[in-house]
Design a protein around this ligand. Structure first.
Ligand code: GDP
Ligand code: IMO
Ligand code: MG
Length: 425
């Protein structure tokens, strides 16, 4: 039995989906603990290719319980569509939605867009999915939770009261367009009809599985550097994406966690605004973006590209309490004669080996690189460590040395089977 947290180690899109789809073969519960449909988790297996936004990535395995936990925020319109695709594609897992998860209401989506516009040149570059406004309402105790869909009439009464205030804000502060009351009433009825049967006490389900000593995967969304407390604030998402978020986001105890694995790309990407010390531009960035298909699984935006940042990765390992590293997209570095790893930062002639909190400093630091000889040989789809070129092995060993953590899993392609398991998890 093991309870394993799989957390994004960088700024999201590290390949968490692909890895969880692989590891879920031996799990009975896969539970998402934070974020909403800002996430896009791509899986590719015998059923096809899917970009999952809310449903956990164990859904392709039979006899799995896939929990959307209390720490998430859910846009019911998106979830209904996702469930439709899952049912049509006959993905065999079962879905459970926490009663306590907050609902992303239509006014949250509108306010996300209006607030971003208002921020002007300081915009965060959000996914525009209403994430920030929904979490704000949760914290200020004016949110609406999934459990309320079980009694639609009282939910409608509550919503109409809140809507009055939201419409005032939309119209009078942001000069936006009012949300129609009738439309929102109809929408709530549709949500209730489609989702009620999935809404459950998910804390009970997961804690029962813990007591039964089953294998459980806690699915992170986003990445540690997008965490609301520990990320590159204010260029972050609005939830605790770090491993610690799994406890509050699922209602489980810390004593139950067996392992925390951080998923990292062999390079770095970031979508949206905010500091990115190892960012590269021009032809090199375009090449990686093209080969790696670095376009958002949710918004389609081109992802910003950079070299592996070991300063940020070490910080990430610390705030997540990582036991080991899962390295993805090794194959993307196949064609380089030289590969860079950022080992420290420099600012005004001084070496910084810690990840700075102040956004102004992080924006100014110069990355100090160590150059590693490339391998210029395909690692694509390899499934055993022995088959990897010696220089690629040297790159992996050097990363392990710098990060002082083992790399237990290596991913060499988007498909489930393009995975090297060095040590059984
Ligand atoms: P997530 O949000 O962390 O689940 O990651 P995304 O799904 O947003 O982005 C990762 C992208 O890389 C997806 O298109 C995956 O299919 C793809 N991918 C994952 N692992 C690998 C890998 O090892 N090699 C390659 N070439 N692609 C990968
Ligand atoms: P997965 O789970 C990459 C980024 C957005 C923006 C910031 C805030 O697929 O790794 P939000 O809409 O959350 O208020 O946007 O966070 N962001 C992600 N970037 N992957 C994600 O999820 C992300 N979820 C949010 O681009 O910069
Ligand atoms: Mg993603």
């Amino acid at each position: 039995m093991s309870i394993t947290t799989i957390v994004g180690g960088q700024w999201g899109d590290e390949g968490k989906g692909k890895i969880i789809d692989h590891l879920a073969e031996s799990a009975s519960v896969i539970a998402r603990y934070s974020g909403g449909n800002n996430a896009g988790h791509t899986i590719e297996n015998e059923h096809g290719k899917f970009a999952l936004h809310l449903v956990p990535c164990g859904i392709s395995w039979p006899n799995t319980k896939n929990i959307i936990g209390s720490g998430t925020v859910i846009d019911p319109n998106v979830l209904i569509k996702e469930i439709e695709i899952i049912n049509k594609s006959k993905l065999p897992g079962t879905i459970y939605i926490s009663e306590k998860a907050h609902i992303i209401m239509p006014y949250h989506v509108i306010l996300d867009e209006l607030e971003e516009k208002f921020r002007g040149k300081n915009a965060v570059g959000t996914t525009g999915r209403g994430i920030g406004p929904a979490y704000s309402d949760k914290i200020s105790r004016s949110g609406i939770r999934m459990v309320e869909l079980l009694s639609p009439d009282s939910m409608i009464e509550k919503t109409l009261k809140i809507l009055k205030i939201k419409n005032e804000i939309i119209q009078k502060i942001y000069d936006g367009e009012k949300i129609n009351e009738k439309e929102i009433i109809n929408t709530i009825h549709i949500w209730a009809k489609n989702l009620s049967s999935y809404i459950s006490n998910t804390e009970e389900i997961i804690n029962k599985s813990i007591n039964n000593k089953e294998n459980i995967i806690l699915e992170g969304a986003q990445g540690a550097l997008l965490d609301i407390d520990h990320g590159t604030y204010p260029y972050v998402t609005s939830s605790n994406s770090i491993a610690g978020g799994s406890l509050t986001g699922l209602g489980i105890g810390s004593k139950d966690i067996s392992n925390v694995y951080g998923v990292f790309k062999a390079f770095t990407t970031r979508v949206g605004e905010g500091p990115f010390p190892t960012e590269i531009f021009g032809k090199d960035a375009d090449n990686i973006r093209k080969i790696a298909g670095e376009f958002g699984a949710t918004t389609g935006r081109p992802r910003r590209i950079g070299w592996f940042d070991a300063v940020a990765a070490k910080y990430s390992a610390q705030i997540n309490g990582l036991d080991s590293i899962i390295l993805t997209k090794l194959d993307i570095l196949d064609n380089w004669d030289e590969i860079k790893i950022c080992i420290s930062y420099e600012l005004n002639g001084k070496k910084l080996s810690n990840f700075p909190t102040d956004e102004k400093i992080l924006n100014k630091v110069n990355p100090i690189y160590e150059n590693i000889e490339g391998w210029e040989e395909s690692t694509f789809n390899l499934d055993s460590f022995e088959k990897i070129n010696e220089n690629a092995k040297k790159f992996l060993n050097r990363l392990e040395e710098i990060l002082e953590l083992p790399i237990n899993v290596i991913s060499t392609g988007p498909k489930r089977e393009s995975t090297i398991i060095r040590q059984k998890l």
